[in-house]
Design a protein around this ligand. Structure first.
Ligand code: A3P
Length: 345
């Protein structure tokens, strides 16, 4: 009898304990969510004010649930139909610049409940073979989303490829275009570092940066070197401006996105006409990585892959100065056109 009573008591204690733990976990999760959804002070800018009425509540609730399952391929056709999920063409594209921080920008924007990212670079507009497959092929590469969400893709090759502006214009002449830039010489070295790593992986030798960036015959900057050409931002932008007005572009400071990402993200939220939802809670500095990483909720955080943030080789200071002098007039023009000034040398 006594044994039976003790067993009953143990059972009751177990149920009560489980309930208490469950409640605590629920409260912690709820505080996390509330923190995330807390509106933050709007930043002063010339951009239009956000429209908080745009995102229905269910969009916020389902972003990390059903859409996540869909990405893993676990949602059924019935769920897709029931929740009115669609594959939408992007309403904004990160068109460049290679090594400017395009991946970090896309991943950080994806923290926003109304944004859904295309995980892979699609290379639809810069690759003739892909482009020939048609717009439906492109749409099918897009992730599922709710109709009120916006899809964003990034393919940095778009910025420097001749045919792309016209092709994007034909798809959607009012699309929003994001360009993330870094100090041009640093970007060129970052570009070189990526190619160098690829060569080393294949046991191939490669020239030093200095040899590629400076023409040994004339001792001038070698404008045939792709890493140099890509950093002449204004030249590429001018091609885009034949199709799109400057208001349709937003320039992101890639150097600031590394050191202090939130203000840059807030400017993008406003450019995209989204309510401010990304907060400091979503971004934490990881001293081991030396970069900001992403916090979606109390359970799920992630840093970018190790291929982002490589150590750059040391470059001869005289070559750095030569490049900086070379880029200077182009930078001035870029500031003039975009209305965004940087402290580049
Ligand atoms: P480095 O490798 O030169 O440091 P992209 O995604 O366009 O290839 O850009 C890569 C660059 O993104 C990296 O260049 C890195 O500095 C930058 N970056 C910006 N924010 C980052 C972050 N939070 N984590 C990792 N890399 C980041």
């Amino acid at each position: 009898m006594l044994f039976k009573q003790q067993a009953l008591l143990r059972q009751k204690l177990f149920v009560l304990g489980s309930l208490a733990i469950g409640s605590v976990l629920y409260l912690v999760a709820r505080v996390g969510t509330l923190d995330r959804l807390q509106p933050i002070c709007p930043v002063e800018s010339r951009l239009p004010p956000p429209d908080p009425g745009q995102i229905p509540l269910r969009t916020l609730q389902f972003k990390r649930g059903l859409l996540h399952e869909l990405r893993k391929g676990n949602a059924t056709k019935e769920q897709i139909r029931l929740h009115n999920l669609v594959q939408q063409l992007p309403r904004a594209i990160i068109i460049g610049v290679r090594k400017g921080g395009t991946r970090a920008l896309l991943e950080m924007l994806n923290l926003h409940p109304a944004v859904v990212k295309a995980s892979q670079e699609i290379h639809f507009f810069d690759n003739d073979q892909n482009y020939a497959r048609g717009i439906d092929w492109y749409r099918e590469k897009m992730p599922f989303s709710f109709p009120h969400q916006i899809t964003i893709e990034k393919s940095p090759a778009y910025f420097i490829t001749e045919e792309v502006p016209e092709r994007i214009f034909k798809m959607n002449s009012s699309i929003k275009l994001l360009i993330i830039v870094r100090e041009p010489t640093t970007r060129a070295v970052s570009d070189y570092t990526q190619v160098l790593e690829g060569k080393e992986r294949k046991n191939k030798t490669y020239h030093k940066f200095e040899k590629l960036a400076v023409d040994s015959g004339t001792c001038e900057v070698n404008t045939k070197y792709k890493a140099v050409r890509t950093s002449i931002y204004t030249k590429h932008l001018e091609r885009w401006l034949k199709y799109f007005p400057v208001e349709q572009f937003h320039i992101v400071d890639g150097d600031r996105l590394i050191t202090d990402p939130l203000p840059e993200l807030q400017l993008v939220e406003r450019f995209l006409n989204l309510p401010s939802r990304i907060s400091q809670y979503n971004l934490y500095f990881n001293a081991t990585r030396g970069f900001y990483c992403l916090r979606f909720n109390i359970v799920f955080n992630k840093c970018l892959a190790g291929s982002k943030g490589r150590i750059h080789p040391e470059v001869d200071p005289s070559v750095v100065t030569k490049l900086q002098k070379f880029f200077h007039p182009f930078n001035q023009k870029f500031y003039q056109i975009t209305g965004r000034t940087f402290n580049w040398p």
